[in-house]
Design a protein around this ligand. Structure first.
Ligand code: HEM
Length: 383
């Protein structure tokens, strides 16, 4: 199996074919002989191993796959969690290997399935464990009771959009009457913009590159992403999912400079308003000659900045959505839930971006440690 960061330059391939397609389309208006060939099979995407120290679908593959479906469910009987998770882990092994007949011959490609358990289940084991606390409420929420929280997260990601509902159906069938679906959300990522060596990030529906800052080195991931302990949760992490509607018409009415002031970065290039390259962090102290901050006081990049908040880095792996309304399925992973809650609390006071958002779903999960044949999914936590 390939490591994701050694993927072939499939993006470059798609970029190249995209250009050819666009040229072919305009030619095709005049002559049917020049019509682009859309039957070309895409370059095969290398598989990502589902087993190992950490679950796949968080740092791997990099960049993240184009499509996501998050299914959130409740357990009917919390006592059945151990066998259920072990079965899901086995099914994930077969689905990602392409040997599960429920795939109906579809190639799983770079499919990953990531499983998390909600605070209610973690509290039953030990209320002191990371992941045992529900998320608090924040401002600008319009969340129906069924779209808040949940016992089980099934996060399915793949470049091939067809694979996703088929895998979801297989896993939900596997779980059967033992779980009750609560809410689900699918999302897509646009083309990746190169950020740094081995790192790329897509644009969101406001047109800005999203996912630049995060724990991208191994050392940062050890420090801020993966749980070091206690033993039952070591090598897991804490996920936050927030579905946010974005007010596109109102944001689109701002000038480009006003939009950039909301984020604190340039829209086209992703470069911070304080200068540098797209990979640079914002210089929060930089000022204009007349003493104004280059990154405005209420800019998202300032309000959410880890040092300004006083927390570690969160790994953001968000997807854009177009249902029930246009927006963002915000997804972050961190080893301390305060990284998320303190950041959003600080944003809540005065982040220019939040004015354009309404949150309509919210949940947190303990992403279980990685698994393999000898250590079934969830077996270290649930007895
Ligand atoms: C739950 C609410 C959110 C949290 C906790 C959050 C968190 C963060 C953090 C920690 C950063 C890095 C700041 C830095 O060091 O420069 C960031 C940057 C950014 N966020 Fe958010 N964010 C949230 C919502 C959103 C939304 C709704 C959008 C888009 C519509 C968005 C788009 C961006 C962009 C474009 C950047 C700058 C580039 C980057 O670092 O990727 N964020 N956010």
């Amino acid at each position: 199996m390939r490591q994701a960061d050694s993927r072939p330059s499939r993006r470059a391939f798609l970029g190249a074919t995209g250009t050819v397609t666009a040229a072919g389309l305009s030619a095709g208006c005049q002559s049917s002989s020049a019509r682009p060939d859309r039957s070309d099979a895409p370059a095969p995407t290398p598989p990502v191993s589902p087993t190992g120290r950490y679950q796949a679908g968080i740092t791997l593959p990099q960049p993240a796959q184009r499509n996501v479906l998050a299914v959130v469910a409740d357990l009917v009987d919390a006592g059945s969690v151990r066998p259920l998770l072990a079965e899901l882990g086995e099914a994930i092994g077969k689905l990602t290997a392409g040997t599960d007949t429920r795939l109906m011959g579809l190639s799983p490609g770079d499919l990953t399935v990531t499983i998390g358990v909600g605070p209610r289940l973690v509290r039953k084991v030990d209320p002191a464990l990371p992941g045992a606390k529900d998320l608090p409420r924040f401002s600008r929420e319009q969340i129906a009771p069924r779209a808040r929280g949940g016992d089980l997260l099934i996060q399915i990601c793949a470049d091939d959009p067809l694979v996703i509902p088929v895998v979801a159906a297989a896993l939900l069938e596997q779980a059967g009457e033992r779980i009750r679906e609560r809410w689900r959300q699918s999302g897509v990522r646009g083309p990746n913009v190169p950020v740094d060596k081995g790192l790329a990030a897509p644009r969101n529906l406001f047109g800005f590159v999203d996912g630049i800052v995060g724990p991208h080195t191994k050392a940062e991931q050890q420090r801020d992403l993966w749980l070091a302990g206690p033993a039952p949760v070591a090598h897991g992490t804490l996920a936050v999912l927030r579905r946010m509607e974005l007010d596109l018409p109102r944001f689109a009415k701002l000038s480009v400079a006003e939009q950039e002031a909301v984020f604190g970065r340039r829209r086209a290039s992703g470069v911070p308003l304080s200068g540098g390259t797209i990979a640079s962090g914002p210089d929060l102290g930089a000022k204009t000659p007349d003493g104004r901050y280059l990154v405005p006081a209420d800019a998202h990049a300032r309000r959410a900045h880890a040092t300004a908040v006083g927390v570690g880095l969160m790994l953001r792996r968000s997807y854009s959505i177009d249902g029930p309304a246009p927006g963002l399925l915000f997804m972050s992973f961190q080893n301390d839930i305060r990284t998320f809650t303190s950041t959003l609390t600080r944003m809540d006071n005065s982040d220019a971006l939040l004015d354009y958002t309404t949150t309509t779903a919210s949940a947190t999960f303990l992403i279980l440690p990685g698994f393999d044949k000898q250590h079934p999914l969830g077996s270290g936590l649930f007895s």
